[in-house]
Design a protein around this ligand. Structure first.
Ligand code: T5A
Length: 216
């Protein structure tokens, strides 16, 4: 694959969306062809699934298995219609959450079998693996303080997964750190408790080292 595939991961409120957007801007300013997308979502079908998972009242009692398959359905569509074509063209693809979210949330958080989730991820993605995963790590309490502030400004509420217990979110955070330990070459842990500028510069320093083979 000619392009560069970068994913942002981490517990709630770490700044993934903010920094994925800043990185995309910065790369575009330098002339790189960037495709920025997100999970769940990124395609018409994926955005519809996102709404079902996060906000639809009828999803209040989704089983963990159903929830997992919905995330995977969104991912399978995103990979085939956006991510793989963009990588083939040599673009830099930036994705706000990807396969590791399923392992962290549905595996470590919900307690589903992790080996089965790895297999399901492979089925959904056709084995496309990110070149670089930026784990924006932040303690759960601080993440939720940021989310509350953001939601207050946007007049929004917590979605279905954000409303899970602090214990659930602690397990998710620990799960991410385990994944980063398992794949140290792919993962870079970014201390998301730093100021906005410091986080942006930490990310930039890591990404610059990986830009070598990407053409403008
Ligand atoms: N999910 C997803 C699964 O369970 N399994 C899966 O397989 C997948 C793909 C998606 C949900 O779905 C779950 C995980 C999630 O619960 P979402 O709405 O896409 O939900 O939201 P998240 O990806 O979780 O994003 P968050 O809402 O947690 O926020 P972000 O993107 O981490 O944070 P962001 O950028 O919105 O920033 C939050 C606030 O903090 C400020 C920002 O300005 C913003 O106000 N901020 C900072 N403030 C101070 N210092 C900094 N360094 C800051 N960085 C950002």
């Amino acid at each position: 694959m000619k392009g560069l595939f970068i994913t942002f991961e981490g517990p709630e409120g770490g700044g993934k969306s903010t920094h994925a957007a800043r990185l995309a801007l910065r790369l575009r300013d330098l002339g790189y062809d960037v495709v920025a997308t997100r999970e769940p979502g990124g395609t018409p079908a994926g955005e519809a699934i996102r709404n079902v998972i996060q906000h639809d009242q009828r999803s209040a009692n989704l089983s963990s298995e159903t929830e997992t398959l919905l995330f995977l359905a969104s991912r399978a569509q995103l990979v085939r219609s956006i991510i793989l074509p963009a990588l083939k063209k040599g673009c830099c693809v930036i994705c706000d959450r990807f396969t590791d979210s399923t392992i962290a949330y549905q595996g470590y958080g919900r307690g589903l079998d992790i080996q089965s989730l790895f297999r399901l991820n492979k089925f959904a993605t056709g084995e496309s693996v990110p070149d670089l995963t930026l784990l924006l790590d932040l303690d759960v309490k601080s993440g939720f303080m940021r989310l509350r502030e953001r939601n207050r400004k946007n007049n929004a509420g917590h979605d279905r997964i954000e409303r899970e217990s602090m214990m659930f979110h602690e397990k998710v955070r620990r799960g991410y750190l385990k994944l980063a330990g398992k794949w140290p070459r792919r993962f870079r842990i970014i201390d998301a408790a730093q100021s906005m500028k410091q986080v942006e510069e930490s990310i930039w320093a890591v990404v610059c080292k990986r830009l070598g083979r990407l053409s403008r």
